[in-house]
Design a protein around this ligand. Sequence first.
Ligand code: UD1
Length: 417
Amino acid sequence: MDIWHIRGGERLEGTVQIQGSKNACLPILAAAILAPQRCELLRVPALSDVENALKILRCLGCTACRREGTVYIDSSTLSACAIPHELMAEMRSSVIFMGALLARCGEARLSLPGGCRLGKRPIDLHLQALRALGARIEEEGSALICRAERLWGAVIELRFPSVGATENAMLAACGAKGETVIRNAAREPEILALQDFLRAMGAQIEGAGTAEIHIRGFRPRGCVQYKIPADRIAAATFACAAAGCGGDLTLQGLEPRQISALLHFLNAAGCDIINNTHTLRVRNDTRLTPIGPVVTAPYPGFPTDAQPLLMAAMLRASGRTLMRETIFEQRFRHVPELCRLGAQIRVNGDTAEILGVERLSGTVMQATDLRGGAAMILAALAAEGESVVLDEGHVRRGYEDFDRALEGIGAHILLEH
Ligand code: UD1
């Protein structure tokens, strides 16, 4: 159990170097097994989800080790195509190994994935995409057995632009004969990062960032070096921290345009936003004004992962903010916990109504999921007095040295393991 002790009320000021992206890193670690190659990945964040993916690689017979921010993988020794249940249960994105294993071995055995409990999180689109490429998939209880003597290029039309299904389809298509077209593909920056990495590995692929991706085969190149892009949700977290607590933060090493949907709202709420290509300054010294409605949507829309974070920032605004969640069914589980601080939030179906209060006061909260837990920490930083966030490891799944980064900008925070 992680116990976050927070004494709120401080203005946040200083510079934060943004970590490598968790969500870009995970599919790239899976992609590393596509061919017997060596990969060197730079700026890999030290997160429990990433460590879990490295364990999966080792369990498949690959060499995977970390030296500071760099991860070295040699997948030439891959010798298994099954992922044990304990590792699958740790995080949902392990399902991404399915497409990569099929492409490399023609077989993948795994179980239904775990991860944040945000309501129903089916994998039907992943299975539809792999079946379209010729995979036979049997479901036995919670076990999935996928086989394909040969994968064949196909047109895959996704009913919804799922990030994970798009990534799985891209990975499997690299092992297919002929051209694959993914229609209604997700357009998130992490898809573009995966395309860049696959190209470096030798894939002929284009279209990432648009709704149609074309994959035309794969010629392994031997050795690949790739730098993981910055984590846009970590950047969003610090931007919301400055907005909610008041302060002046400079974020470095990110691409601010990837969070322009969030920055638009922070600016409308009264924050000063100054951005360059790779730095972002967020300044706020006033009570935020209400905004919205904020409606989550696939990229380039407002990210569902930033919904709890922006909510935390708006708790002390001078009026009413509406937030509608359209991506996940149960993504307001942080709300009752935030209300313990004295926040006034009413949830009605997919919409939360936040009535700004003048002050929040310290309390004990229980982290419900990764971004919900981060939102509780942000809200506690904006509250008067002491708070405790009890956390079964959710926040550590996505934030590298979060306590130290916050301490470095003036927060009173202590993480007890
Ligand atoms: C990824 C991100 C997560 C983010 C989410 C949406 C990673 C590791 N995680 O998750 O942080 O919140 O994108 O931006 O990159 N769906 C189906 N069937 C499927 C797959 C998805 O119905 O087969 C539905 C889901 O239930 C959900 C919606 O599609 O309602 C979005 O899911 P998806 O885009 O797949 O999210 P993930 O890839 O799981």
